[in-house]
Design a protein around this ligand. Sequence first.
Ligand code: NAD
Length: 525
Amino acid sequence: MSTEEENRTVFDVAAASMLTKELRDVFASGKTRSYEWRISQLKSMIKMCDEHEEDIADALHQDLSKPKLESIVYELRDSEITTTISLLCPRALIFSVSVCPELEVCDRWIPYFLGFETGWEYLGFDSLSESEITMLKNSCALAIKELKQWMMPEKAKTSLLTFPSSAEIVSEPLGVVLIISAWNYPFLLSLDPLVGAISAGNTMVLKPSELSPATSTLLAKLLPEYLDVSSIKVVEGAVSETSALLEQKWDKIFYTGNGRVGRIVMAAAAKHLTPVVLELGGKSPVVVDSGIDLQIATRRIIIGKWGCNNGQACISPDYIITTKDCADKLVDSLKKELDTFYGENPLESKDISRIVSSNHFSRLTKLLDDDKVSGKIVYGGERDEANLKIAPTILLDVPRDSLIMKEEIFGPLLPILIVSKIEDSWDVINSGTKPLAAYLFTNNKKLKEQFVMSVSAGGVTINDIAMHLAIHTLPFGGVGESGTGSYHGIFSFDAFSHKKAVLYRSFMGDAALRYPPYTLGKIRL
Ligand code: NAD
């Protein structure tokens, strides 16, 4: 055992129990309920991002070789260009990167359109799922702006039965909550749920993923420096530490990760009747119809797949479904654009993240080496085991019973299935478990309607990839095996609040009929 390991205090069930007791006492003191406490924590979180932008980007780079541009902050909020645009366009707006000279540097791989939010306080790269730091800051800024409104009791209608009376829905913090996060966006997936838990006025424990150790260590160092250490704790560790935490009684568990562990979390929560949010994954399909602008479609698919952590993103395209007449053109376009983005030797590209661990590397190569897909690779396939890199890989006309179609890929492999007519895609998708996201590229209005009505998924984007995640007025979460519950924007606040029904009655209008003895005489009255 190394000295470092020896020195590390054991975090067992007893330690977890002491920790939750401490947090319960702090919650009972009422400290975290005040508006001022919540706002101060959110502001400190932004300060932490500003003062440690480089450290965060470095940690993400260490954990995943994530290109710095994927994590770095783009702060255009005060720049002339965005101010002008926000004044000119009070509504959400889409415009080309090419009008934005500051971005030329990343023009090669940042997608071609940026969506800007209405309120320019948190105007920025909401639409870039790559930008972990910016997305977190935007979340904090939105919560700071909206918190008063979110905390305000919501008036509800009453009925004649209770006349005279008034009613409201009061959002109260749940208490002590546990947040368990995953390695693929280790900074954002740890802190974005925290924004919700803080906004709602809870005390909390964050357990980052052990598979992204640099980010986990950084979070354990920075959070106590910037946030209220008596109310917000970080516990680092793997299965044994998480299991010790799961033995405790929590008021909510928010878990991000795979469904196998999701089941463990839900079973542990059931013992205490603790509600859960499970942010899981699944096989997110992309249906590509004919007659579309293929270049834009393929560029968006590429950025959504390989530009987001080399396919290691929960809503990245898992597989494509298209028709025979479309398939070859689609493959040609994908090849052309991939060459432009990542060059002839993508294993050397600095714009592609590595695979997180050797376990995941072998899991992915096993999918490629399955006999059922031999001869199906039409692009890529190269791997570099020493550096845990796998090149963007496309497989055409893959059989549905192959290994690659049986589990979530969560990596740089993209199989294409062929159907006789595009409407057959709905059955292909619905024959599997419900995905976290589903995508359709088409110009056909009827197909769009059919897709939205027929395909059950956590979220849907038509004619783009992953962008629904960037709209803070939309809930983000899964359905069925891709998860339960949701967050982002007000949905994060709601995820960590109890909606308390409150009825205010007066002493007037007290009907005798309500009280025994129930005699006919009272009814006749
Ligand atoms: P992971 O390996 O980091 O595990 C997630 C968390 O579970 C970690 O904190 C880990 O310590 C803990 N854990 C692992 N085994 C455990 C056990 N036996 N008992 C208790 N805790 C345990 O991440 P992962 O699961 O590989 O993440 C990838 C999966 O997460 C994919 O399926 C992906 O789609 C999904 N995901 C979903 C979202 C979303 O927002 N819906 C976001 C990211 C990833």
